[in-house]
Design a protein around this ligand. Structure first.
Ligand code: ATP
Ligand code: MG
Length: 560
């Protein structure tokens, strides 16, 4: 399904921005304040980018501000590594929280005091039921819940027990604090939700100070209120939690009254965007780490060479709506390709080299040929590429017995070597196994630069490198991490991993200018966009293929 946003002269339109326009126009709010609230229990992925671009984008468009807030209420799964990587990824994506970096844990004391307020108002109680019993008493969508036998404890007893929970007098899981709302509510979230659990787990920020931790539902809205968030934007799965969000805001002396709005999350084909599954891929070693270039994480995409601007382009085209949909990975690839086509410099590299010897080219002679850095942008200048008697071309660019429309090299055929000369293949030299190991060719000295003075045409142009000057390199060719469009739709998602998601090509040869890896992705002519990997060995760069050149998305769009 395609998911397209709408742009008008007043800027991007969607129900959230319309709401904000109305709230600013009516004077309900003077400035808009949003937040991006990741839980530091994993790396950010491209789904998060939708939320980041929405929250930070709105702050930018309406001259408001956006906070980066760590929703760090579940220490068992959280870590400093995740806190650091999240900040890194948000910045890399092009956003800045200024001085507005917050942690839900900064409010633990206030949240605790408000919990006591609820108890004092007889709106919360300590429950001794086990987690299983609580689940059982909760009822189902069709059956009302039942009151816990501990629900009618008096205020004094509840206060005493809650203080002793905090003081560490009870084992993990022995008791919880619950809101006293309505066990018969049609909305299960209102059936006396849990506010605090006893968990002895060191917290990345508060250490061992606490052994009770607030739940997401209890912490989130109050943290929004403390920070003065006006529009609290989250994904649709929280829609049914909104009445609870509002209940807390109405029943506590919070300093402001934020409102929650929900939008549909981003789903992408051929990958998974659930942190639980991504964690599993990493911890079970199905990928090399959170920043493996096949991962949909921002760190992975970055390492694969995807420019942050293309992620913003992609996300900008997604509808902010209330209907769930799955976006084709090909649409994302298209955005990356579009941007790189405009911005990436061109270079020559040969992935699977086949040697050619130009018999009539003087031995020992080297010419420096001028090669354009970008065909569409002369301002990007040129570079010099050495040409000599012995070259390497792509093995695929030669066929001994070619079909009709093969316009590359074959015995007797003439092609253009990019930026260089016309060459004709005279003979294919074979080894004892019958494999072609070398081509003997001749060149036409009159065709320097790629045109024949006699007007003779060739159909094919192929890339090459000079044998004596080329630099050995490794190339890593990536494909979808999952072979299925919808991993896990039938059975275990791990069974849908694509066994060919990476191919490492060891003995590539790249033009000399690529010996020092450029910081940005380049196009290897005719092969795709590549970026040097940070783990390149000295003198032997490793290049990750960001994306190939073939655009199946654009083709499908053209066909309608
Ligand atoms: P989990 O709750 O399973 O740990 P999460 O993906 O919800 O994972 P959070 O750290 O809570 O992770 O997410 C931070 C913010 O990003 C939330 O507001 C969430 O709604 C939003 N978000 C997460 N995944 C997506 C997605 N696929 N599309 C859009 N927004 C998302
Ligand atoms: Mg979440």
């Amino acid at each position: 399904m395609t998911d397209t946003g709408t742009e008008t002269i007043e800027g991007t339109r969607d129900f959230i921005r319309d709401r904000i326009r109305a709230d600013l126009a009516s004077g309900k709010h003077k400035t808009v304040v949003t937040r991006f609230p990741p839980e530091p229990n994993g790396y950010l992925h491209i789904g998060h980018a939708k939320s980041i671009c929405l929250n930070f984008g709105i702050a930018r468009e309406f001259d408001g501000r956006c906070h980066l807030r760590f929703d760090d209420t579940n220490p068992a799964k959280e870590s400093q590594e995740f806190i650091d990587s999240i900040q890194d990824s948000v910045r890399w994506l092009g956003f800045d929280w200024g001085g507005h970096l917050y942690y839900a844990s900064d409010n633990f004391e206030q949240l605790y005091r408000w919990a006591e307020t609820l108890i004092a108002d007889d709106k919360a109680y300590v429950d001794d039921l086990s987690a299983d019993e609580i689940r059982e008493y909760r009822g189902t969508l069709t059956e009302p819940g039942r009151n816990s036998p501990y629900r009618d404890r008096d205020v004094e007893e509840n206060l005493d027990l809650f203080r002793r929970m905090r003081a560490g007098e009870f084992p993990d899981g022995a008791r919880v604090l619950r809101a006293k709302i309505d066990m018969e509510s049609g909305n299960i979230n209102l059936r006396d939700p849990v506010l605090y659990r006893i968990v002895r787990s060191a917290h990345p920020r508060t250490g061992d100070k606490w052994c009770i931790y607030p739940t997401y539902d209890y912490a989130h809205g109050q943290t929004d209120a403390i920070e003065g968030i006006t529009h609290s934007l989250c994904t649709l799965e929280f829609e049914d939690h909104r009445p609870l969000y509002d209940w807390f805001i109405e029943n506590l002396p919070v300093p402001s009254a934020p409102h929650q709005y929900e939008f549909s999350r981003l789903n992408l084909t051929h990958t998974v965007l659930s942190k639980r599954r991504l964690t599993q891929l990493v911890t079970q070693g199905h990928v090399a780490g959170w920043d493996d270039p096949r991962m949909p994480t921002l760190a992975g995409l970055r390492r694969r060479g995807v420019p942050p601007e293309s992620i913003r382009d992609f996300v900008g085209q997604l509808a902010i709506s209330k209907s769930d949909s799955t976006v084709e990975m090909a649409m994302f690839d298209h955005c990356v390709r579009e941007l790189l086509n405009r911005t990436a410099e061109r270079r020559m590299a040969v992935l699977r080299p086949l040697k050619i010897v130009i018999e009539n080219y003087p031995e020992g002679q080297v010419e420096e040929l001028e090669a354009a850095n970008h065909p569409g942008d002369p301002a990007r200048g040129t570079r010099r590429v050495p040409f000599s008697r012995e070259l390497f071309i792509e093995r695929d660019d030669f066929m001994e017995d070619p079909p009709k429309k093969f316009f590359r090299l074959a015995p007797g055929a003439e092609v253009r070597l990019r930026f260089a000369y016309f060459v004709t293949c005279r003979e294919a030299v074979k080894n004892t196994a019958g494999e072609v190991v070398e081509l003997r060719c001749t060149y036409d000295p009159e065709t320097r630069g790629g045109d024949a003075p006699d007007g003779r045409k060739v159909r094919g142009t192929i890339h090459w490198v000079s044998a004596a000057h080329a630099v050995p390199a490794e190339a890593r060719l990536y494909d979808h991490l999952f072979a299925r469009e919808d991993p896990g739709a039938e059975g275990d998602f791990l069974d849908d991993l694509n066994p060919a998601s990476v191919e490492v090509v060891k003995d590539c040869l790249v033009e000399p200018s690529l010996a020092t890896p450029p910081g940005a992705p380049v196009q290897f002519e005719r092969l795709g966009y590549f970026v040097a990997d940070p783990d390149s060995a000295p003198g032997r760069p490793a290049y990750n293929r960001t994306i190939g050149l073939r655009d199946s998305w654009a083709k499908a769009q053209a066909k309608g």
